[in-house]
Ligand binder design. Sequence first.
Ligand code: ZN
Length: 356
Amino acid sequence: MTQIPTEPIGSIPRPAYLQDAMKAFSKSEIKEAELNTLFEKATLETIKELEATGSPVISDGEQSKPSFATYPIHGYPHLAADGVVIPFADGHTRQLPKITAGPFRYQTFASSYLEKAKRYTLLPVKQAVIAVSAISLLYPPEGIDGYAQAQFIVDLLDEAEKDIRKCLIGGAYNVQIDFTEARLALKLDPSKQLLNAFIELNNKVLDRFTEDERRRIGVHTCPGGDHDSTHSADIPYSELLPLLFKLKAGSFYLEYAAEKEKQSVLKSIKENLQPGQRVFLGVTDVLNPRIETAEEISELLIEASRIIPLNQLGSTDDCGFSPFADDISTARNIAFSKIKARVDGTALAEKKLNSR
Ligand SMILES: [Zn+2]
């Protein structure tokens, strides 16, 4: 009996009332307690809607995460706004903050989101954390007086390990490391030095876990998805995948539905996927509002199964549907419909493969 596991990436667009409340809070128009009540309401509603899609594994939709990348530093007292700028294909940018003093400590651990989500569902809950490589970009190139970069990295590795371990102990079905800067690293530095450095840094965290624990740890990468635009889709996967699969993780959640050269992507995955690793292919394009049919998703998976061993194959969405809290480019109902199509399409592929 063939089974193809299917999992979400994580984020779901926040409902309009929550967007409004977040704006009002930033202008001190409402109290934190009021905002927190709405975070809870949105989390509960999102979980119920995810359950209704039939998804066997769910997330909290990241309703109360400020963004997939910045939750650990939300409220960190030593921050300046002018950090690394990430340019997107449509011309818009996102700028990371930078830290101005140490010692560096996470202000929020992802397990706090997991703990709340688990109150609302009996289904397995997956929890996303940010890659240590992304947070490493917060240290300014000009350095910090009295807080060397080497010490920052020591502190950061400890915090990132805690972030994952708390989720594993807290009962996460699995933990997904969001590593969306992987492909971007190749764009910023075609010599691959930056990507190699990122992978080495992330492996320093993964090395702190046993093989058994690493089976519950995965990595997501994609060309970025914000306001329906990407930052590195022009970099071919074949450049990235040989290095990506060196990460000592059990699962890989890859953007795939929006890729044009699917055959070469599949071949590259097959060449580089290590024994014991599983690849979850994105079967829904999160940047395109058209809702995929279950039939076309099943065909996509069956086609992939001709190249990738079935016991190493799974399905997912290309990315989260709203990695930044203020991104409202995808409607909530579209996100849920796409997730339902993924769940139905994956079941259909299983059925077709089993009846052969
Ligand atoms: Zn992504």
